[in-house]
Design a protein around this ligand. Sequence first.
Ligand code: FES
Length: 131
Amino acid sequence: MYPAIVMEHFLNPRNVGIIEDAEIIIQVGDPTCGDSLLLFLKIDNDVISDAKFRIKGCGAAIATSSMTTEMVKGKTLEEALALTDVQVAEALGGLPDEKMHCSSLAVGAIHAGILRYISPQEEGAAEQNMP
Ligand code: FES
């Protein structure tokens, strides 16, 4: 069973949608389950002023994408790069071990998108870390 916070974010996900003028738009997927995430970040003076996502994924992926986008809004790019999937899972009250990989989808997208934004030549390296 999932903690109540996971269920709440799954049933009422925050930040679903697109940002037309986003500085960062990135799509990531998990080839083992077929889930995919499209992430949008609006950047103002190296601060994430808005974050939105569209997803085709499991309940845990929806809940962790919702929480991840909530957690990065207002953070600097450096702070967002330091965010981990474990921190997202903890903010949701925990995830079953078999669902921990789902939390990597949004966090991986955040990291890869920021790395590509600040250093476009890092894109190849960042995508190697995709879930
Ligand atoms: Fe694919 Fe959850 S089962 S991200």
